[in-house]
Design a protein around this ligand. Structure first.
Ligand code: BMX
Ligand code: ZN
Length: 312
């Protein structure tokens, strides 16, 4: 048996045939026609899937799992407003997908799908409790608790980026101030680096005249730049603080970190873990933060895993 996983993103649509061990048997991707509207994007999904099925002609398909950018009401199956895809406003995404497939269709918020992927086939395999956190443009999350996916009302649980961490703090894309995401995301990290590099004289960050993004800060740090290393230590502390709250709330076996900033996991991990060890309550100090094992495929494989879970 195989499942079809679809990862619908603002920049890429990806499709894969995945087996019951979580192995990707075949895959296809193309840039999302993000401005063209839902009909065109759904046609892209079908085109990629048809191509894969025609090429491999699998014996039996349990279903199609679709990971889509949130916030998405997956209980109603409706996208109320996807900021990165035009025309997905009050759009009945699940029903429209189901019309186009002869297999059962399942829909999941992208960060929850990624959590499912890491739980079934990645860093959290075999565990009953994990919190997945993606740290990239924003901060998203997914929770598995007591062996079940936590979805909540509208299937939108685990929007962990919007825990309030600073009263009247930095403005967050959600409209509030002081959210975890407004301090800990890759976007926030790069913005802080830009500001501090401007104020500081001795730094090599952005010294080549190039844009200051997360990657350039980590590169400068590797070359011994003091400000860059300080900024990274601060970022690790911010993430450690947020993760420690999540540890206290959910009592997970592990925290799994994914997203763009997880590509620098080795540099960030000691600071994050150090914060947890220092500030988590005694019974929680041994909770490890681990790197997402499926990297950019957590959501893609997670979407397929969703189809297997539903098919059972
Ligand atoms: C935001 C929110 C979450 C998402 C998270 C990470 C929107 C559009 N998104 O908190 O649903 O999971 O960002 O998003 O409100 P990413 O693009 O950084 O992966
Ligand atoms: Zn917010």
């Amino acid at each position: 048996q195989i499942a079809i996983g679809i990862d619908l993103g603002g920049t890429q649509v990806r499709a894969a045939l995945v087996d019951e061990q979580g192995r990707i048997l075949a895959r296809a991707a193309e840039p999302t026609d993000a401005l063209a509207g839902p009909d065109r994007v759904l046609a892209q999904i079908c085109g990629l899937t048809d191509g894969l099925l025609a090429a491999s002609n699998p014996a039996s398909v349990v279903g199609v799992g679709v990971s889509a950018p949130g916030p998405l009401d997956t209980v109603a199956g409706v996208a109320s407003n996807i900021p990165t895809l035009s025309g997905f406003v009050d759009f009945p995404l699940k029903a429209e997908l189901q019309k186009r497939f002869p297999f059962p269709v399942d829909l999941e918020n992208d960060a929850i799908a990624a959590a499912i992927g890491e739980w079934q086939f990645g860093a959290g395999k075999g565990l009953d409790n994990l919190v997945y956190v993606t740290v990239s443009t924003g901060i998203g999350g997914g929770v598995v608790s007591d062996g079940r996916v936590v979805r909540g009302r509208k299937g939108m649980a685990a929007h962990v980026g919007h825990m309030s961490v600073v009263p009247n703090g930095e403005l967050c894309p959600c409209g509030n101030r002081g959210c975890f995401e407004a301090y800990g995301s890759g976007t926030a990290f790069a913005r802080r680096a830009q500001m501090r590099a401007m104020e500081s004289s001795g730094t090599t960050i952005g010294g080549d005249g190039g844009a200051i993004d997360s990657r350039s800060v980590f590169a400068a740090a590797r070359n011994g730049d003091r400000l860059a290393n300080q900024l990274i230590d601060e970022e690790a502390e911010i993430l450690g603080r947020g993760f420690t709250s999540l540890i206290h709330i959910f009592s997970p076996d592990i925290i799994v970190m994914g997203g763009g900033l997880s590509h620098e996991f080795d540099r960030l991990q000691p600071g994050i873990q150090g914060y947890i060890t220092q500030w988590a309550m005694p019974a929680f100090k041994d909770v490890r933060v681990m790197l997402a094992a499926l990297d950019q495929n957590s959501g893609l494989v997670g979407a397929a895993a969703l189809a297997f879970l539903t098919g059972k």
